[in-house]
Each structure stands twice: as structure tokens, then as C-alpha cells.
Design a protein around this ligand. Structure first.
Ligand SMILES: O=C[C@H](O)[C@H](O)[C@H](O)COP(=O)(O)O
Length: 251
């Protein structure tokens, strides 16, 4: 069954980068140009693809006087906002976001996605939930039929440190293979922006991500799950040939 409609269009080539970086950049720029307009409150996601969205927003502010306010979804996003001269705001001033732009680790045909490869999915989900629209920016490697097909590192489950051992057992009982995410340049686990641990839990092919998300969310000690279901309006996938493929969920 066809669950989404795809469109591919060619876009002007930018100065050559590596294939994947080029694809990320093209997707991010296309999303910013199609969705962001003056006066918008923009949710800035996290990860390596959103860097190019922040870059494009900065260009548009300089070149065309675009006026926007941005809400960050992580420490990294706050830094991007500062680096690119974007106007920083917060939920106290702007409780409703017009457009959230964010990357994804894997996207299925209904535009459900796995996020949290960079450990930022708690704040990202808050930003996206409070946005009128969410668009995904990604490269061609992220597109799948079912979640768990290509992203084998597991669904990031952010947990309160106190609960990580019992939750490890519980996630195994539920059919997952949880792995405590370890830091790379520090002994011990990754500590999220919110002071928690992450259990990356592979569940094989996830055919009902919304049901799995709900089951996991109800476990005491789970703070947030890196499954974003029925939240995205459109996905932009940069392709290796310099085009951008877009997808929308089926009506
Ligand atoms: O925690 C990180 C975020 O969910 C990212 O948006 C996700 O991991 C995709 O990142 P990237 O654009 O680097 O592939």
C-alpha cells in the first residue's frame, strides 16, 4: 500500500561538499525556503542537518531582511542561533511555534521518525509538539519503509539515571535490546542536556510505532522516547544526485 506521495525536483547545485553533506544542505535549504516567512517563530532542531537550516536562515536575514524569532531544542541549537545571528526567544514569550525544522535518524512512509541520535529528543519533542507544522530535513540514507530497517542503533529512550537498571530489564522483556549510551571523550554514560541517561533500544522492524511509543512512555523512569509519530507535515530528503525528494503523509 502506498502511504505517502513523493516528489523530486532538481535544485541549483551549491559548491561541492561530500555527497552526504551536500544532500543534507540541499534538503535544509529547500525546507527553509519553502516554509519560513517573515514574522514566524521557528523551532530550531538539533543534529548535523539542521546546521544548514540555521545557515540558510542567517543568509536570508542578511540578504532579504527576514524577521524571525527562534526557539532552540538543545544546547547545540542555542549555539546555532547565536552563531548565525538569529533572534533567540523562548516559550514564555512565544508559546506557539509556527514552524519546527529538524533532522531525523530514520523516517518511514507515514513520516513517523526515530530521533535522538544526538540525544536531544526530549526538548525536540516539546518544540515539535508545540509547533503548527514540523518539517523533516534529512539525506537519502534516512528514508525507510519501516522504522528499525536502517537505523540499527536503536530507539533512544531517555531515562532518569535512578531507573536505568530496572528499565534495562523491562525493555528486554518488551523485546528490545537496550544499550546504555556511553560518552566518547569521557568515562561513563552520555548525560543528556536534561541530566538523564539514554538506553538505545533496538526493537527490530517497528510496524506500529505509535503503539510502541505509548507503551514505552508509560514506564516509570522513562522521560521521553525517540519515536515521533504523526507529527511531520513534510519531509525533504537531499539526494546524491543533487535533487531534493519530498514526501508528505497520505491524507
Ligand atoms: O538528537 C538528535 C536529533 O534527533 C537529530 O535531529 C537526529 O539525530 C538527526 O541528526 P542528523 O541530522 O545529524 O542526522
Amino acid at each position: 500500500m502506498r502511504l505517502s506521495r513523493h516528489f523530486t525536483k532538481s535544485v541549483a547545485r551549491l559548491p561541492a561538499m561530500s555527497g552526504v553533506e551536500d544532500a543534507k544542505r540541499l534538503a535544509a535549504r529547500a525546507a527553509v525556503d519553502e516554509f519560513v516567512k517573515s514574522g514566524d517563530v521557528v523551532g530550531i532542531g538539533s543534529g548535523s542537518t539542521v546546521v544548514y537550516a540555521a545557515e540558510r536562515l542567517g543568509e536570508r536575514i542578511k540578504n532579504e531582511g527576514l524577521q524571525i524569532s527562534c526557539i532552540p531544542s538543545s544546547f547545540q541549537a542555542s549555539q546555532l542561533i547565536a552563531q548565525h545571528g538569529l533572534n533567540l526567544t523562548n516559550f514564555d514569550t512565544h508559546p506557539v511555534i509556527d514552524i519546527a525544522i529538524d533532522g531525523a535518524d530514520e523516517v518511514d512512509t507515514q513520516l513517523n521518525c526515530i530521533k535522538g541520535g544526538g540525544g536531544c529528543h526530549l526538548q525536540e519533542k516539546i518544540v515539535i509538539y508545540n509547533a503548527k507544522k514540523f518539517v523533516i530535513v534529512a539525506d537519502y540514507r534516512k528514508e525507510s519503509t519501516f522504522l528499525g530497517e536502517q537505523w540499527l542503533q536503536g530507539i533512544p529512550v531517555e531515562v532518569v539515571p535512578l531507573a536505568y537498571v530496572p528499565l534495562t530489564h523491562k525493555l528486554r522483556e518488551l523485546g528490545g535490546t537496550p544499550v546504555l549510551r556511553m560518552a566518547k571523550a569521557k568515562a561513563g554514560p552520555v548525560i543528556t542536556d536534561n541530566g538523564n541517561f539514554i538506553l538505545d533500544t533496538h526493537f527490530g522492524l517497528v510496524k506500529e510505532p505509535a503503539a510502541l511509543n505509548q507503551t514505552l512512555k508509560l514506564l516509570p523512569g522513562v522521560v521521553e522516547v525517540g519515536l515521533f509519530c504523526h507529527m511531520a507535515s513534510k519531509a525533504f530528503f537531499g539526494q546524491a544526485d543533487g535533487s531534493v525528494k519530498t514526501a508528505v503523509p497520505q491524507q
